[in-house]
Ligand binder design. Structure first.
Ligand code: SF4
Length: 417
């Protein structure tokens, strides 16, 4: 195995460079993607918020239709793998019955990350804005034209979601926790591609800020870059127009002056925003954060989690973009049961900082069984944020700095990204 660490190659699609095709081929719950181990379905879960019964339904679908596992994504969504070609209707029926497929047309555009600890640790709750936004998105036929990769964000003022550089995001007000925060305590601020802008609106119009910015993206895309999937793929001058000092199509509140839009501000970025283990405020335990090793766990483990929740509360289970799950007020024996099922509850666990693509045998392009190799590589690089890939496409790599291990057929090439 090579141990020399290179500087890393640019992997993200270059900013402002025209893309060859508008079709992103992103899987959804309806449009499945064919892989070497069967079909893959991706279930969008806005903000990662689900109820215990919905998690139970997902686990049952994975056990009966898929390979028996649920896989968490870097956007807090869930994938099922190993699906047979004839199971699409059963999958859609099961998701619809569980309230996880409210729209066939909007299936792939409900990509929303929301601060997982919002409302738990003294920072604002994101649930109300999330709910309003999802409803507005589902009612908006124009936004089905967005790519399945376009990402919305709702940040509770800690910068955790902004660090993921969503295409459009709102930051809810908490004085002092986001560097450069100068607005009042009741306004939300718009961010584009992870950078704060001067555009603000009252918090109760935060969802409209997101909807308006998404419409502006579609209009600018049509004019400047018809195949762009993400905001950063617009030419720089068009990208600046995503946060203009004027109302968007569905936004009628007064915004800040036009020339203030260039006043972009730096954001405090936390590398590990949601630690594993107990979530406690003033010695009162509010929940538990459990990491799924390499982002997946078998159906019976997820069913155990669903059973740990005594009340059927929507959003009492939250998938995070860091492939962990937040349980709010679980049963007292939650931690021992989670450990029993292989979940990680300690940030010092060697696998806590490791992610991996699906690799062999699930992906036909893979040059190695990266998930089997992960423990050895993790042990060789303790405490390092490490991502293993079966080929140089580096699917699912973190957007924050990390060490990349790419299979090359005989070993792994290590690069710092
Ligand atoms: S990085 Fe390569 S091997 Fe891994 S899932 Fe993507 S295409 Fe497959």
């Amino acid at each position: 195995m090579r141990t020399e660490v290179g500087p890393g190659r640019p992997n993200a699609y270059p900013s402002g460079v025209p893309r060859a095709s508008a079709d992103d081929r992103c899987p959804g719950a309806v449009r499945l993607h064919e892989a070497a181990d069967g079909f893959v379905g991706r279930v969008r879960i806005p903000g990662g918020r689900i109820s215990p019964s919905q998690l139970g339904a997902l686990a049952s679908l994975a056990a009966t239709l898929g390979d028996g596992h649920l896989y968490l994504t870097s956007r807090g969504n869930v994938q099922l793998r190993g699906l047979s070609s004839g199971c699409g209707q059963d999958l859609a029926d099961g998701l619809y019955a569980a309230g996880l497929l409210p729209s066939l047309t909007h299936d792939r555009v409900r990509n929303v990350v929301a601060s997982p600890l919002g409302g738990l640790t003294g920072h604002p709750a994101t649930d109300e804005v999330l709910h309003e936004f999802d409803e507005a998105l589902l009612e908006d036929p124009g936004l089905v034209a967005l790519s399945g990769r376009f990402l919305f964000g709702i940040d509770n003022g800690t910068g955790d979601v902004l660090a993921l550089a969503p295409d459009v995001a709102v930051v809810l007000p908490v004085d002092g926790t986001v560097t450069g925060w100068t607005a009042g305590t009741d306004v939300a601020r718009l961010a584009i591609a992870g950078e704060l802008t001067a555009v603000t609106a009252p918090v109760d119009l935060a969802a409209d800020l997101l909807i308006g910015a998404a419409h502006r993206f579609l209009a600018l895309r049509a004019e400047h870059a018809p195949n762009a999937w993400r905001a950063k793929e617009l030419p720089a001058e068009a990208r600046a127009e995503l946060a203009p000092g004027r109302p968007g199509p569905q936004l009628d509140n007064p915004l800040e002056p036009l020339d203030a839009r260039h006043d972009l501000r730096e954001v405090t970025r936390t590398p590990s925003p949601v630690g594993l283990g107990r979530v406690a405020v003033d010695d009162v335990v509010r929940g538990v954060v459990a990491g799924a090793p390499l982002g997946s766990a078998p159906a019976e483990a997820w069913l155990t989690i669903a059973g740990l929740m005594s009340h059927e509360v929507p959003g009492s289970i939250r998938f995070t973009p860091w492939r962990s799950v937040v349980l709010i007020d679980p049963a007292p024996d939650a931690e021992s049961l989670l450990r029993e099922h292989g979940f990680l509850l300690d940030d010092t666990d060697p696998l806590a900082t490791v992610t991996a693509c699906i690799g062999k045998p699930g992906c036909g392009k893979a040059l190695a069984d990266v998930r089997a190799d992960a423990p050895a590589l993790a042990a060789a690089h303790p405490g390092v944020r490490l991502h293993l890939s079966g080929c140089d496409r580096r699917c699912g790599h973190p957007t924050t700095p990390h060490l990349s291990a790419v299979a090359d057929g005989t070993s792994y090439t290590l690069e710092q990204h």
